[in-house]
Write a protein that binds this ligand. Structure first.
Ligand code: SF4
Ligand code: SF4
Length: 297
């Protein structure tokens, strides 16, 4: 059988990725990170769509390909039931932060992580007890606290992370019932980058402007037209948002919320009017919120 580490090295050779392995209880876990360059905060008229999801989508398919190749090579692949972040920490890929993200020396927090696991010991061993213990956050975080100060939802604290209030979670559930949270989402359609944008672990990384193609895709009117056209309309966003998230009603509600939080909500009045009686409560709630914002002006 091919040497496992050599096989993994060959698989990632030439790819912009970093990987590390650790063995626990007779299973070797390899965690890999695909980096991404985040977009600048968008100009007026555009929504923010986090580039993390593009990398996450790529990492998902790369993992599938790796699992298939490992199986073909004769390795027994198994599911990973251990905490990803602990594996990333114990393998040496990165350190856990106050924001609960993992930071890598090269990529900061701008990376998507995936894990493959095979039966056999091919890397340094760590006990199950150690891997289940929550790793200490990076020493720098103890005195920094910037992310805690800037999070509009107050999710981050030294006592833990309130996942249910995080904007990423609220976008997934499309829960717009709490006005303060709906407002805090701002023009972030998908993803929230606020705590990462200001994190010193990312200070060496540049963000970039949207390409012409991204401008076309993330223009607020175009987002609405695509999502309100149903599944087919959502299709151009498959590699950007991920196949599981191509839900027309959810995305329509989120883009209406972006309109409500934009600098000029009244520009979008016709979209609020045409969705006010939509059969999905999330869309109706977002349309009502948009109309409410227009009336405030
Ligand atoms: S902003 Fe500061 S406290 Fe928060 S994760 Fe980054 S370094 Fe740690
Ligand atoms: S992603 Fe946004 S809402 Fe979530 S913790 Fe970071 S700043 Fe707060």
């Amino acid at each position: 059988m091919t040497d496992y580490i050599e096989f993994i090295s060959d698989f990632f050779a030439g790819a912009e990725a970093e990987w590390k392995s650790v063995a626990v209880d007779g299973v070797t876990y390899t965690v890999f990170a695909l980096p991404y360059t985040q977009l600048d905060f968008p100009p007026e008229g555009y929504a923010f769509v986090d580039s993390y999801y593009v990398a996450s989508n790529r990492a998902y398919f790369l993992r599938k390909e790796l699992v298939q190749k490992l199986t073909e090579e004769g390795f027994e692949t198994v599911d990973c039931t251990l905490p990803y972040k602990s594996i990333a920490y114990h393998s040496g890929l990165g350190v856990p932060l106050r924001s609960t993200l993992i930071a890598n020396r090269r990529y900061g927090t701008r990376m998507a992580l995936e894990i493959v696991a095979v039966r056999g010991v091919y890397a340094k061993e760590v006990t199950v007890d150690d891997i289940l213990k929550k790793p200490e956050m990076a020493a720098f975080c103890r005195t920094c606290g910037i992310c805690e100060a800037v999070c509009p939802q107050g999710c981050i604290s030294t006592d833990g992370f309130d996942r249910n209030r995080c904007i990423r979670r609220l976008q997934e559930s499309t829960d717009l019932s709490d006005e303060a949270s709906a407002e805090a989402m701002g023009v972030q359609l998908w993803g929230c980058d606020i705590c990462q944008r200001c994190c010193p672990f990312n200070s060496h990384l540049e963000s970039r402007e949207m390409t012409e193609e991204e401008k076309e895709l993330f223009y607020i009117d175009n987002l609405y037209k695509a999502f309100s056209a149903g599944k087919k309309g959502c299709e151009p966003y498959r590699d950007i948002l991920g196949g599981n998230y191509l839900r027309p009603a959810k995305l329509t509600a989120l883009v209406l919320n972006v309109m409500a939080n934009s600098k000029d909500p009244k520009k979008y009045i016709r979209y609020a009017e045409e969705t006010l009686n939509h059969n999905d409560i999330r869309v109706r709630t977002a349309a009502q919120r948009l109309l409410g914002k227009i009336k405030e002006i």
